[in-house]
Design a protein around this ligand. Structure first.
Ligand SMILES: NC(=O)c1ccc[n+]([C@@H]2O[C@H](COP(=O)([O-])OP(=O)(O)OC[C@H]3O[C@@H](n4cnc5c(N)ncnc54)[C@H](O)[C@@H]3O)[C@@H](O)[C@H]2O)c1
Length: 376
């Protein structure tokens, strides 16, 4: 069995989540590849110190070039603020390493295209982080839809909603400042999560209309003063794609940082004439399926632990965010090792670029108050 030796650049929130998922790799039953964390790079000494609890890490550094020169690193997971994506992703690729990038895969469309094209030119294996399709519910929905069980598609809705930014006393950080997060704001931050499954199913809108909102314009700067909060907080995109028979199907993509009552609500709703599906991380073990006979009904199924990669947790167990993140890493490692098979793979560079095409169109639509066509 091959072993993927992963390095991390950016050991913050997601760097630590990755370390934790790798540390319990034995949770996975049939992934067909081992994975271990061998090197960590972060600018903050305290962050590096956190990783000293992981015995497989042999290199701790504040210099990305030092990590990239290590012969103990096959691929690198980069989890840094968005304005640094392009520079660090290109550095990884040019050092001859494979890359698990974080969304949004560059601060804007031009950056995302440059990274994708360089990866193709150099022949590197590159995927982008997006873990929610690895929950048992979305994974089941994906397979049902692929098998053609929906009948004629009527409508698709996907979204990712947060409530924490409702608190205007929450101090500002880089995600709320356009120069670090990007002009697309919340779409850069949460959009890949909402768009990934629709894009994988080939449901990219040909045109869309978007409304964007800035709701909290100022926050504590954490140093006793106030700072301008200039990112879009909420985005509602309404578009249309065509199904296999070239019939138009409406699609709504919704991403919000100010959504009262939603801690971390990722949802998907696919409505068809023969079957419809609903899933939300608010009820992570529940899959709602609409069926019809002489009567019509929404059927609730408890899915338990049935993700793409088998785990040691019994089937009656609960599945959560950390599990989804580990499943995504398993998909990355398995595809890297050539053993993914028919299981769901991570978001591709083309899919990441496609998300930026959506956000670019949404920014134009919001600015001009009109429906905008997507050229690519
Ligand atoms: N997949 C998900 O569910 C998910 C969730 C949150 C964030 N993210 C994404 O992950 C990325 C990072 O977000 P986060 O929340 O972990 O951020 P964070 O602010 O918690 O961590 C970023 C880390 O990067 C380090 N850093 C900054 N510049 C660096 C450099 N030049 N070299 C090395 N380290 C450097 C910082 O010191 C910090 O520790 C972003 O792209 C974000 O969109 C993904």
């Amino acid at each position: 069995m091959k072993t993927l030796r992963l390095g991390i650049i950016g050991g913050g929130l997601m760097g630590k989540e990755t370390a934790s998922a790798l540390a319990r790799w034995c949770n996975l039953e049939d992934v067909g590849v081992n994975a271990e964390l061998t090197a960590v790079c972060d600018l903050q000494p305290a962050v590096l110190d956190w990783f000293r609890r992981i015995s497989s890490v042999r290199l701790f550094t504040a210099d990305a070039a030092e990590l990239l020169a290590s012969p103990d690193v096959d691929a690198v997971y980069v989890a840094v603020p968005h304005h640094l994506h392009e520079e660090l992703y290109l550095q990884v690729l040019r050092a001859g390493k494979d890359l698990l990038a974080e969304k949004p895969f560059g601060i804007d469309l031009a950056a995302a295209r440059r990274v994708r094209d360089e990866a193709a030119r150099l022949g590197r294996f590159v995927r982008c982080s997006s873990e929610f399709p690895f929950y048992p519910g979305p994974w089941r929905i994906f397979n049902e839809v692929r098998a053609g069980r929906c009948g004629r598609l009527i409508e698709v809705k996907a979204g990712f909603l947060h409530a924490s930014d409702l608190d205007s006393d929450k101090p500002i950080n880089w995600k709320r400042q356009a120069r670090f997060c990007g002009a697309a704001g919340v779409m850069n931050d949460l959009g890949m999560h909402a768009a990934h499954l629709p894009l994988r199913l080939g449901w990219k809108p040909g045109h869309l209309y978007a409304r964007l909102q800035k709701l909290v314009t100022e926050r504590p700067d954490g140093k006793g003063g106030r700072a301008v909060c200039d990112t879009w907080e909420n985005a509602l995109l309404s578009g249309e794609f065509t199904d296999d028979a070239k019939r138009p199907v409406p699609i709504t993509l919704e991403v919000k940082r100010v959504s009262p009552g939603d801690t971390n609500n990722w949802y998907l709703e696919i409505i068809g004439t023969e079957a419809s599906y609903r899933f939300s991380t608010k009820e992570p073990r529940t899959l709602w399926v609409f069926r019809r006979d002489k009567e019509q009904w929404w059927q609730r199924t408890d899915l338990g632990m049935s993700p793409p990669f088998k785990v040691i947790t019994p089937a009656i167990g609960e599945f959560g965010f950390a599990d989804a993140f580990q499943q995504m890493l398993a998909a990355f490692a398995a595809e890297w090792a050539g053993v993914l098979g028919k299981r769901f793979g991570c978001a591709t560079p083309d899919e990441a670029v496609a998300t930026h095409e959506l956000w670019t169109a949404a920014l134009a639509s919001n600015r001009e108050h009109k429906v905008v066509s997507l050229t690519a």
